[in-house]
Design a protein around this ligand. Structure first.
Ligand SMILES: [Zn+2]
Length: 263
């Protein structure tokens, strides 16, 4: 794997051994990998930093590994062997797939070099952890980020798929497991993987919150909202809500293609 180094000196955070690789996505729908690397080269590091960014067919290393990082906003900053960002500005599936493969291969390579297991979001301290998992599981959490799941989900990569891909990789030449299988294709989104909330604004201005899962939708009362949020979070979906006016086209499509069920 070709890693371009545009390095900046970063503070040491915590102490060895560093037992986690953190997977992130940038949250920025417009930035290229180079934009992100440029920003990292001049930003206040106390406000956060990472070690690699993947995008536009490139892997750019922005900081040394094995020093911790201010990347997950909590006590697991002290466990960061490497923090890898995936850009979120892919315009086509082909662009996404190329970078997704690089992202997975890089996470695998970093885990192997640090002797970290290729596990995703397990309760064990050691392993590959998403920022979302850190947010919900680390001590002294101060983060509300749930990346990279919503973005991966947007392109049809489920939690299970991501987990599998981290174990098997894509059989690239630098794959030290000697895995020569045909590369896994990211699967297209299955019905049961689609889950999100939205707000419907009625003609009179009142708002309803709805949950869509697969080809069904349900109206959420205040009590059910907490359950729905937990469900979304546990299954790696975003809890963000798009707001639609009652006559919005996207809303009409949602209502056309889903059946109403009771919670
Ligand atoms: Zn993050």
């Amino acid at each position: 794997m070709n890693i371009e180094r545009q390095m900046r000196e970063t503070p040491q955070v915590g102490n060895a051994p560093y037992r986690q690789i953190h997977s992130h996505s940038t949250g920025n729908p417009n930035s290229t990998a180079q934009n992100e690397a440029d920003y990292m080269s001049r930003k206040d590091l106390n406000s956060g930093f990472y070690t690699h960014v993947v995008g536009n067919g490139q892997v750019i290393q922005t900081a040394d590994v094995g020093r911790g990082a201010y990347d997950v906003g909590g006590a697991w900053n002290y466990e960061t062997y490497a923090a890898v960002e995936l850009i979120q500005s892919h315009a086509t599936r082909a662009e996404f797939e190329r970078d997704y493969r690089l992202y997975v291969e890089l996470l695998r390579q970093l885990a192997k070099e640090a002797g970290i297991p290729l596990t995703l979001d397990t309760k064990d301290l050691a392993g590959i952890k998403t920022h979302m998992f850190c947010t919900y599981n680390q001590p002294n959490n101060g983060s509300d980020h749930i990346d990279p799941y919503p973005y991966l989900n947007h392109w049809g990569i489920t939690v299970d798929q991501f987990e599998r891909d981290l174990v098997t990789g894509f059989g690239n030449s630098n794959n030290t497991t000697g895995n020569t299988e045909t590369p896994n294709k990211p699967t297209t989104e299955k019905d049961e993987d689609i889950m999100f909330k939205y707000i419907k604004v009625q003609k009179n201005g009142s708002q309803e919150v709805w949950l869509v899962f697969g080809n069904k939708r349900m109206h959420l009362g205040p009590k059910q909202l907490a359950d729905a949020n937990l469900l979304l979070t546990r299954t790696g979906h975003s809890t963000k809500e798009e707001q639609y006016s009652h006559d919005n086209y996207a809303l009409k499509m949602i209502e056309k293609f889903t059946d109403v069920v009771k919670f």
